[in-house]
Design a protein around this ligand. Structure first.
Ligand SMILES: [Zn+2]
Length: 139
């Protein structure tokens, strides 16, 4: 990712965060193959080279940089709200779906990105449904 692209990401991040300043770690963005992700232990979002990917068949791969950052910000906000969902399949797929829907409600996310986020959520719900699960006796 170029410096100009990093600058654009920071501007979008600031706009998404509004009055609540949150950290976006850009120290890995220049490295090829680095991933954009929310780091729960550090409580911060790390910008990776893939934020500008935008190619591929799935809704997740097609997401714009803005939608990608909105999704990661939603992870951060949900952690602050106390959500503590499983990080393993199948239920991690539900957490990812919820996160994308949460992101679709953030201020300043344009309709096109909202649609991609909701499509991403739908794909993750399909992932959950398709995952072989053991019978639960909880309910
Ligand atoms: Zn995610």
């Amino acid at each position: 990712m170029t410096e100009l692209q990093v600058g654009r990401c920071l501007a979008v991040w600031e706009e998404l965060c509004g009055d609540d300043e949150r950290d976006l770690d850009v120290s890995e963005a220049a490295y090829h193959g680095s991933r954009t992700r929310y780091d729960a232990d550090r409580g911060s979002v790390i910008l990776g080279a893939d934020a500008y990917a935008g190619v591929g068949a799935s809704a997740n791969a097609r997401m714009s940089m803005q939608a990608c950052l909105a999704h990661e910000l939603a992870h951060m906000l949900r952690a602050e709200l106390g959500f503590n969902r499983p990080f393993t399949p199948p239920d991690v797929h539900l957490d990812e779906a919820e996160t994308s829907i949460h992101a679709s409600f953030l201020d300043g996310v344009p309709l096109r990105d909202r649609e991609d986020l909701v499509e991403d959520a739908r794909d993750r719900l399909f992932d959950w449904l398709a995952f072989p699960k053991e019978e639960s006796h909880a309910n």
